[in-house]
Design a protein around this ligand. Sequence first.
Ligand code: AMP
Ligand code: MG
Length: 307
Amino acid sequence: MPKRLGRMDEDKLLDRFEVAPGKRLHLKDHDPGWMGTPDLRRLGRDEVKARAHRYLEANLEQLAQAQELLWASDTHSVLVVLQAMDAAGKDGTIKHVMTGVNPQGCRVVSFKKPSTHELDHNFLWRYWQVVPERGQICIFNRSHYEDVLVVRVHPELLEASGLPPGKRGKSFWKGRYEDINAFERHLARSGTLILKFFLNVSRAEQKRRFLARLDDPDKHWKFSTADLHERGYWDQYQKAFEEAISATSTKWAPWFVIPADHKFVMRTLVAAILTRGIRRLDLRYPTVSAEGLAALKQARHQLESEK
Ligand code: AMP
Ligand code: MG
């Protein structure tokens, strides 16, 4: 990352990760090991990493201020969607990007396999319950996209969900994408900024991270044989991601494909895109009316004339 970025340079840098609405995503064109432009890479890994850290720090400071403004203006909310293969670094990204924000205005919701109660409703129901309130940032650690990813890769999950019988071909999934776009459009129209991140880790790096978990007893808890099982469906997942992201990257809820093999690159980019997104809302602190100002003056007078 450059030492100091002008807004235009920054836009150019960040825009390259956005999936243009209507464009077909080919993951093979996205390098999970991306570590900067050729100019930057010439500086070497250590220097790029140091710059990324400085850029992250600057963004986290701005993010804390942006969040306060979001909270004070109370007109908008922010929904961050994180999706990835296992061990791509969702949890670490949340931890890093959210340091410094006021916990009162921020919430993380992690979605697991739906309960039978949840499955007794339409698939978007459980997400509706927890969309962010005005003034709040909410991070979905996994999200409504699981219903077109894991459920697509494992059709038996769909069959167990109690839907009326019917064909589950292409048009079924197209229907789900439409539902998702409509859901997000409604949220956006109601004042929710939606930013969606696919943390794009390579198969080789996932293997390395799994092995690291097996090597280190303190990391054993992070390893699950279920994750290894899912790794066996790598190609099916990549295809499901490509299709879902292509169909649901919209003007009102864009997807970003974030290179995830270098954690410092991933965290820095997510923080920068989030900070930029809130800044672009162009929020203002609420102004006080003439009567309000008079009341404040009176309050000051009252306090100062106390014995
Ligand atoms: P983790 O994030 O490691 O705690 O794992 C959560 C698990 O729940 C993952 O295997 C997800 O694929 C699974 N999961 C999340 N949402 C859904 C869903 N809508 N349908 C089926 N499985 C899901
Ligand atoms: Mg897991």
